[in-house]
Write a protein that binds this ligand. Structure first.
Ligand code: LLP
Length: 433
């Protein structure tokens, strides 16, 4: 009997053992070592196809926001489905090229693009720069003239709507560093039109991440369409609307709209306001990969508190071999991520409430608090919904090599990134003298 996990149909328990796309996760953890990220290519494809289905018959381009997970095999999987990419650095552009992605389907976002990054992007013919300030616009114009290649631009406007998400991942409010203020956008479009080397092609906005409601999207859309109408009235034609990413996933009990529902609602509003002819660009990240991946970790030690210690605030710690350097989200955002046993203990096995913590020397190094688990040393745990902003945010703190990554495709496990070894971490360092 297969029991799928909520929000993650590709994960299921069969006879008490957790599998992803039919492969036993504990066995994968033992075979490849832990900590280990494991992804399902099929789940990623299904997520991308849901967006594509919602956009059938419309001029559109899905640009996967690769900051969510930039492993080459992930990029390859999406490139093969015809997706483009939303990049935020020259390094990400190099990854797109290395994975066989098409640079003419790339949009370049970010508040701090360097001249060198602009130059590389122009040389590779990226589709559009999402420009975030007047100063950037002026520099881009210079670089484009110097290169003798026009830079296609959108301005990222900040619609000043509250996406109702965590303050660190909300980007569309006045106080955020992102985009240009809505009331200055018109003047800036006039400047963009006048500057040499630039070709205005669209408008862009992105209001935040892990958004679980349609309403803020529609508010932002209305504000953007108001601007589009004002900009066009002044004689600048806008070819595309880029409405960013941000759709949330289920970590615990969130019930985000499906891609179909979100895109459907946006298209309806776009049509109702007479903008249906425009090409629509979207930049989803988390919703394409988040639920397609898990982080496997082995239980190293159980460190229990005595009853009298518990009475004084003592905790039971389940020390695992993955840490905040492998998965930053809990430490950084107090994010709740599901943690489950890869092999369920018998129903009568003792259970306790654990803080699941890693080996890093920080009290903030925890993956989950107050988790009821029946565990013993040597067991494998899976941190769920770890496909997005897991590996890409990992670090080498405490000289810990970054985890290996495995992608399951057509029933086979492919090692898509080797575990980093300590020598690699200091290979670029030098002794003095
Ligand atoms: N486009 C732009 C311009 C963005 O800044 C982002 C994310 C996206 C698209 C993709 O958003 P998504 O569909 O993934 O929500 N590290 C945080 C999330 C930071 C998101 C930053 N920008 C986390 O772990 O929750």
């Amino acid at each position: 009997m297969m029991t799928p996990l909520p929000g993650a149909p590709h994960l299921a328990y069969a006879h008490g053992r957790l599998s992803l796309d039919g492969l036993d996760l504990q066995q994968l953890g033992k075979a490849f070592g832990t900590p280990l990220y494991v992804y399902s290519a099929q789940a990623m494809r299904a997520a991308a196809r849901a967006y594509q289905a919602a956009l059938v018959g419309r001029p559109h381009l899905l640009c996967y926001a690769m900051k969510a997970n930039s492993n080459l095999a992930v990029l390859q999987t999406f490139a093969q489905l015809g997706l483009g990419f939303d990049i935020v650095s020259g390094g990400e552009l190099q990854r797109v090229l290395a994975a066989g992605g098409d640079p003419s389907k790339v949009v370049f976002s970010g508040v701090g693009k360097t001249r060198a990054e602009m130059q590389a992007a122009l040389r590779h013919g990226v589709r559009c720069f999402n420009v975030e300030s007047q100063a950037e616009l002026e520099v881009l114009s210079e670089v484009a003239q110097h290169e003798g290649r026009p830079a296609r631009v959108s301005l990222r406007v900040n619609p000043d709507v509250d996406a109702g998400t965590h303050p660190y991942i909300s980007t569309g409010l006045k106080g955020n560093k992102f985009g240009v203020a809505h009331d200055r956008a018109l003047a800036l479009y006039a400047q963009a039109r006048a500057l040499k080397g630039l070709e205005v092609v669209g408008i862009d906005c992105h209001i935040g991440s892990q958004i679980t409601d349609i309403a803020p999207y529609l508010d932002a859309l209305d504000r953007v369409l108001d601007l589009v109408e004002a900009i066009e009235a002044e004689g600048t034609a806008l070819h595309h609307l880029d409405l960013g990413g941000g759709l949330g996933i289920t970590y615990t009990d969130e019930q985000p709209p499906s891609a179909q529902a979100l895109v459907g609602a946006m298209l309806q509003r776009i049509d109702a306001r007479g903008h249906g002819h425009r090409e629509l660009l979207l930049e989803p990240g988390r919703s394409l990969v988040g639920n397609a991946g898990v982080l496997l970790t082995e239980v190293l030690y159980l460190k229990t508190a005595q009853a009298d210690e518990v009475a004084q605030g003592g905790r039971h710690f389940c020390v695992v071999d993955a840490a905040m350097n492998d998965l930053m989200r809990p430490a950084m955002y107090q994010a709740w991520m599901g943690i489950v046993e890869c092999q369920q203990a018998p129903a009568d096995a003792p259970r306790r409430t654990w803080d699941v913590v890693g080996p890093v020397c920080e009290s903030g190094d925890w993956l989950g608090k107050d988790r009821e688990l029946a565990v013993k040393a040597g067991d494998t745990l899976a941190v769920l919904s770890a496909g997005a902003y897991g590996m890409t945010m990992s670090s080498n703190y405490n000289t810990r090599g970054r985890a290996a990554e495995v992608m399951i495709d057509s029933g086979r496990a492919h090692l898509v990134r080797e575990r980093e070894q300590p020598e690699q971490l200091f290979a670029g360092e030098r002794l003095i003298g």
